[in-house]
Design a protein around this ligand. Sequence first.
Ligand SMILES: Cc1cc2nc3c(=O)[nH]c(=O)nc-3n(C[C@H](O)[C@H](O)[C@H](O)COP(=O)(O)OP(=O)(O)OC[C@H]3O[C@@H](n4cnc5c(N)ncnc54)[C@H](O)[C@@H]3O)c2cc1C
Length: 297
Amino acid sequence: MHAHNSILDKIKKEEQFRFSKHTTYGLGGTAKIAYFPKSIEESIAIFDYVKNNYEKFTILGNGSNILVSDKPYDGAVISTKLLNEITYKSGIISCNSGVTVNQLMKFCISHGFSGLEYLAGIPGSIGGLAYMNGGIGDKHIECNISDITIYDGKNRKYTNEECDFRYKHSIMRDIICFILNIDLKVAESNCITVEKNIIQQLALRNHQPIGKSCGCVFKNPKGCSAGQLIEHTGLKGLSYGTAEVSREHANFIINKGSSSADVYNLIQIVKRKVFENCGIMLDEEVIYIGDFNGTYS
Ligand SMILES: Cc1cc2nc3c(=O)[nH]c(=O)nc-3n(C[C@H](O)[C@H](O)[C@H](O)COP(=O)(O)OP(=O)(O)OC[C@H]3O[C@@H](n4cnc5c(N)ncnc54)[C@H](O)[C@@H]3O)c2cc1C
């Protein structure tokens, strides 16, 4: 415990933490406190501390797949922003969970490592990607993960198979844990080829809607595209307050103001209308944080 205390003293803290400054939606109320561990040791100490001292807490990656309530968040936040060590050994890139895709792409270019280029342009952290099994098309980060180290009161190492990866799912979604480190398989190539692949991948994303969003709001139901269902229901451009269904990509909801309640309400309206029109109940990919009770009626 004493060892923990001296570690805790060193961890960066921010009082009155504003989620709106740390999410791609640019939305969300304040949390009383946020902690920014910068090493695995600090992460473990703060996870234990927060779990024992707060009723609620949330781990925040790059905030690109979440919608945070406007109401004050009555818990603590652990941000992975400073957890960004990357190393390489024998075909494996080992990254701390806060490493962003952008940082990882730069590392791959400068050392000539290939195999991860499909992730280029996703505005998340590797921890967030592993949690969500994010990716593009039929390539998901599970294709590269060799193993993951998590902490849930004990340090555990999961092999790829043990992570139970499925569409937008990993075992980390079923347990309360801190994803500490992710080992990714890569091939040795050369800097120029890797950079070229990344530039090509980024060009494919050029058509994506402009504006504050969380990317796709809904998961694709089996065998069809959520975006197409929304488009066929005639909802492109539909707005509620300051939130709008993108005209370019119907599965994006754009925030044009400062109200997560508006975005939340529009999500519920889209779900209801698609269900009435197609008989399919869409399921959110976006993760809600905080209290949305009473927001939609
Ligand atoms: C413009 C735009 C385009 C996008 N395009 C894509 C795309 O092509 N493909 C795709 O898959 N996604 C896409 N996304 C969504 C998003 O970027 C991904 O889901 C990403 O993986 C989320 O990572 P994050 O670090 O931002 O996680 P956050 O949004 O911060 O968190 C998401 C969840 O992961 C949990 N989490 C994060 N880190 C940890 C950790 N270390 N330990 C435990 N739990 C953790 C959080 O608690 C939360 O529940 C897009 C988003 C935007 C805004």
